[in-house]
Design a protein around this ligand. Structure first.
Ligand code: NAD
Ligand code: UDP
Length: 328
């Protein structure tokens, strides 16, 4: 039995945030979900709004927020390359000003604060798999830098606030996380491939498709997050949060076509600039907390395909399902 806490989730109506809000409510906590609805939707948290312990506030984290909370999960930030590159200045402000505002809030309230950092801090890695001790290989002025450097600066801020003000911080580096409630027009590879396969359209594999990623199912991520938040104050991370299974984008495309029972073919498109060649977390630190990912890629994909299948068949599904950008 946990003590009831007042918990703030920024970016709470996005993909990861909505699952987190749901889990925190199920544990009996009060949840304040803050979001500017840039990539998240009210629909993601619609079912939670019936719960009297849930509150939804439209707010942009680049502006200060004055609330009383015991715990903060700072997730606000677009995660899809299509979206974070749409307005790169706002992406940097969200990561940097957002972190400053949320850290200021944690400082005043004494709240424990989690930062959703990313494998992007490793850039196009020269060390494989990537341990937390690796400093990364990031282009500071490329198309991905608004996100990569924004998140790196946020990590620096978290550790500076801990050093200077003794804040209770937890920094997690998420590797590609997927599952139901990803937006069908989000532009990330898992949602793109699934929507394309279900609609019988070609799967758009960028480049030769030999680049790799490691995909973590949302439930596994949430299990690790819960363990991380229960660690003593001196356990700050940064900690890799991901599944070490590594797949090429070609393998992912073939797997999605197979699981969806689709007749789609693969179509190659140009590789975006600075697209990392490989990604795989060293998860020794996460394992030391007693965690192990449980959901294999095929199983997680099957669950996600089932979700998108229902969504596309529903009344409001097809209107938003381009398999491309939310803005197209
Ligand atoms: P998402 O785009 O679905 O969710 C992000 C949420 O943040 C959205 O609801 C969006 O509207 C909100 N948001 C964006 N800018 C905001 C602002 N200025 N103020 C308030 N809200 C704002 O993405 P996600 O996959 O749920 O990612 C959640 C977090 O996890 C992000 O910080 C992301 O960088 C990090 N992350 C995710 C992954 C992944 O694979 N899902 C990988 C690495 C890191
Ligand atoms: N990708 C792809 N087809 C798509 C979308 C993405 O081949 O329709 C590739 C992309 O080039 C990258 C990988 O899939 O190599 C993961 O892309 P995503 O945008 O999901 O996230 P990233 O890990 O690059 O931030």
């Amino acid at each position: 039995m946990h003590l009831r806490k007042r918990i703030l989730v920024t970016g709470g109506s996005g993909f990861v945030g909505s699952h987190l809000c749901e889990r925190l409510l199920a544990e009996g906590h009060e949840v304040l979900c803050v979001d500017n609805f840039f990539t998240g939707t009210r629909g993601n948290v619609e079912a939670l709004r019936r719960n009297p312990r849930f509150e939804l506030l439209r707010h942009d984290v680049t502006f200060p927020l004055y609330v009383e909370v015991d715990e903060i999960y700072n997730l606000a930030c677009p995660a899809s390359p299509v979206h974070y590159q749409h307005d790169p200045v706002q992406t940097i402000k969200t990561s940097v000003h957002g972190a400053i505002n949320m850290l200021g809030l944690a400082k005043r309230t004494g709240a424990v604060i989690f930062q959703a950092s990313t494998s992007e801090v490793y850039g196009d890695p020269e060390i494989h798999p990537q341990p937390e001790s690796y400093w990364g290989h990031v282009n500071p002025i490329g198309p991905r830098s608004c996100y990569d450097e924004g998140k790196r600066c946020a990590e620096a801020l978290f550790f500076a606030y801990r050093l200077q003000h003794g804040l209770k911080i937890k920094v997690g580096r998420l590797f590609n996380t997927y599952g139901p409630r990803m937006h069908p027009g989000d532009g990330r590879v898992v949602s793109n491939f699934i929507v394309q396969a279900l609609r019988g359209r070609p799967l758009t594999v960028y480049g030769d498709g030999e680049q790799t990623r490691s995909f973590c199912y949302i439930d596994d991520f949430l299990d690790l997050l819960a363990l991380f938040m229960r660690t003593p104050d001196d356990v700050t991370g940064p900690m890799n949060m991901g599944n070490p299974g590594e797949f090429t984008m070609r393998e992912l495309a073939e797997c999605v076509i197979d699981l969806a029972g689709s007749s789609s073919v693969i179509e190659h498109r140009p590789l975006p600039a600075d697209d990392p060649r490989q990604r795989r977390p060293d998860i020794s630190v996460a394992r030391s907390l007693g965690w192990e990912p449980k959901v294999p890629l095929r199983e997680g994909l099957a669950r996600t395909i089932a979700y998108f299948d229902r969504l596309l068949a529903s009344d409001d599904g097809p209107a938003v399902c381009g398999g491309g950008s939310l803005f197209l």
